[in-house]
Design a protein around this ligand. Structure first.
Ligand code: ATP
Length: 558
């Protein structure tokens, strides 16, 4: 299987045309790893099939492993033990089946009156009069069975309950909130106006969610044959709403970043008072110091007494849990896997580079050793550093581009498209792309700079190993990262990675170190990115100054 197919298959934006033609020849970089590449991709396919845990459970049962599960169930005082073979069916009808299913994906669901998870999308038809057109849209987009987070969250939302959900990166959280939302809009077809609001921290992610929602609501009609209307609150839509060119009553669901939404709401161009479903994607980001004020304003503007709230993320620190508990009504908490861990499909590695120069050498070494297998994303801590690395890698003739907040929306969109289509092999970026963005076949994530927190690390490396595929993440660190690297080692431990004894010892954080990480003091200023020795840099600068001075003298006629 060609790596490009993996990269683009089932991508949010279908870009099948001309892909094969565009398929660049990765062997330029990876010639000596051709065989390995094949094996690797075959592994991905196997994993991919395994993604649908129902099939896995059934095959486990067929292989006789169900006895163990059953035994565990009984040991835990479960009243399971259904007589008919314990095969977990696509339809979950009782607590015993639910418990076995949850055990299979390490699901921890708590709260009052927790509904049964669904075993299949068909399960929704009998339990919730699920819309056939919506089911059709799911199947047409290749979603035939729910992922664990979807199995749990869809019934919770359809029971109109508040949710706090935490599941691994790339595990399908977007559909976990979109599927019930679209169904609820269909159920509420008699009232018009904005009913569903989804908040995302970045434009890129908002746009991705919009595309998913658009595909899901395709050909769904509400009362009087009116199509279900979804909108991305872009700059131009914001302007149209403010100038009353478009009525805010037109849309059923809006997806927006916090700042843009607040801007339009404050100009009274968008009425949120009838919103019934409010979803915060990447909730921990939306409730940290960057966005908490705006998120609070949004909550205050949604005045509907029966407002249902949902928060989703791959990382939910306890501070955010506290906020969630305070703003939600009797929420159900859904945790899939370990809350502090990264996606277990990702092979994580640390590389000690000594100093800044060592990092560039390490990249070149990865290239030489055939480890630099595109598509690759490289994360850096600042715009200046991202730009500098971009220039360095350009000189190395690596097919690379860079995304950061100083690039225009159009530039950012184009680069993302080129990366998705396989035209671009290596994407350098700041944390602007760390969360939510779904590039399917990313092989390797490089943390050129140690991320500022364990959460940032989980999200960054989560750009690989998505939807059941495998991936690799490499983090460079230097002497100056001796404290900042500790939380990363702890995430590796929680995710089941092998951690050597000395690393384990090193990972222990003192109280003072914890404080310094919390206050952002564990990251000291880094040296400039360049492999040119300091003496040469001074020489070059002097030469440059001499040229400028001579030009000036010429102009002045001296
Ligand atoms: N039921 C499903 N069957 C097959 N693929 C699915 C299913 N649900 C989602 N996916 C695919 O899985 C990928 C990851 O989904 P999504 O972007 O929602 O992950 P996420 O959990 O939100 O990740 P992150 O935490 O990084 O935001 C997407 O490409 C999506 O199309």
């Amino acid at each position: 299987m060609d790596i490009f197919k993996v990269l683009t298959r089932g991508a949010s934006v279908k870009k099948e045309t001309g892909l094969k033609a565009k398929a660049a020849d990765y062997s330029v970089i990876n010639e000596k790893n051709a065989n390995h590449k094949k094996d690797n991709n075959e592994g991905q396919i196997t994993k991919e099939l395994d993604f649908f845990r129902n099939k896995r459970i059934i095959s486990e049962v067929e292989n006789g492993k169900e006895e163990k599960t059953r035994e565990n169930d009984l040991n835990e005082g479960d009243d399971s033990g259904s007589e008919d073979g314990d095969i977990i069916k696509p339809v979950i009808t009782n607590a015993a089946e639910a418990s076995a299913l949850r055990k299979s994906y390490k699901g921890n669901v708590s709260g009052s009156d927790v509904p049964l998870p669904i075993g299949s999308f068909e399960d929704l038809i009998s339990r919730f009069s699920f819309d056939k057109r919506l089911l059709n849209n799911l199947v047409e987009n290749g979603f035939t069975e729910p992922t664990p987070i979807q199995s749990e969250c869809i019934p919770v939302a359809l029971n109109n309950r508040d949710i706090l959900a935490c599941g691994p990166t790339g595990s399908g959280k977007t559909l976990a909130f979109l599927i019930p939302l679209v169904q609820q809009i269909i159920d509420d077809k008699h009232t018009s106006g904005l009913k569903g609001l989804i908040i995302s921290p970045t434009k890129e992610l908002a746009s991705q969610i919009f595309i998913e929602c658009f595909k899901l609501s395709h050909k769904i009609f509400l009362e009087k044959k009116r199509p279900l209307q979804v909108a991305l609150l872009s700059k131009s839509l914001g302007a149209k709403l403010k100038n009353k060119v478009i009525s805010d009553k037109k849309y059923d669901i809006i997806i927006s970043t916090p700042l843009r939404l607040i801007d339009v709401v404050k100009k009274e161009a968008l009425d949120l008072s009838r919103v019934k479903h409010l979803i915060f994607d990447e909730a921990d980001k939306l409730f940290d110091k960057t966005f908490v004020e705006q998120s609070d304003d949004i909550l205050s503007a949604c005045k509907e007494p029966a407002l249902r709230k949902a928060m989703f993320s791959a990382t939910i620190p306890s501070s955010v849990e506290e906020i969630a508990q305070s703003i939600m009504m009797d929420p159900i908490r859904v945790i899939i896997g370990h809350k502090e861990a990264a996606n277990t499909n990702i092979e994580q590695k640390l590389i000690f580079c000594g100093n800044e120069e060592g990092k560039l050498i390490a990249i070149r070494q990865l290239v030489q050793e055939g480890e630099f297998k595109p598509p690759i994303i490289i994360f850096l801590e600042s715009i200046a550093r991202a730009k500098a690395l971009y220039h360095e890698l350009m000189y190395d003739r690596i097919n690379v581009d860079v995304i950061h907040a100083e690039r225009t929306v159009l530039q950012r969109d184009r680069i993302i498209e080129r990366f998705k289509s396989g035209e671009l092999w290596c994407l350098i970026c700041t944390d602007v792309l760390a969360r939510g963005i779904d590039f399917k076949g990313v092989n390797l994530v490089i943390n050129y700079d140690v991320p500022e927190s364990s959460q940032a690390y989980v999200h960054r490396i989560g750009r690989t190993g998505r939807a059941g595929r495998s991936g690799k993440a490499v983090t460079f660190y230097t002497k100056q990262d001796s404290v900042a690297i500790k939380p990363i080692i702890n995430v590796m431990k929680q995710s089941g990675c092998e951690v050597s004894k000395w690393m384990d010892k090193m990972a222990k954080l003192t109280k003072r170190e914890k404080e310094s990480i919390k206050n952002g003091k564990a990251h000291t200023e880094r040296k400039q990115i360049t492999t040119v020795p300091k003496t040469d840099r001074i020489k070059r600068r002097r030469q440059q100054e001499m040229i400028v001075a001579s030009k000036r003298r010429k102009n002045e006629g001296l």
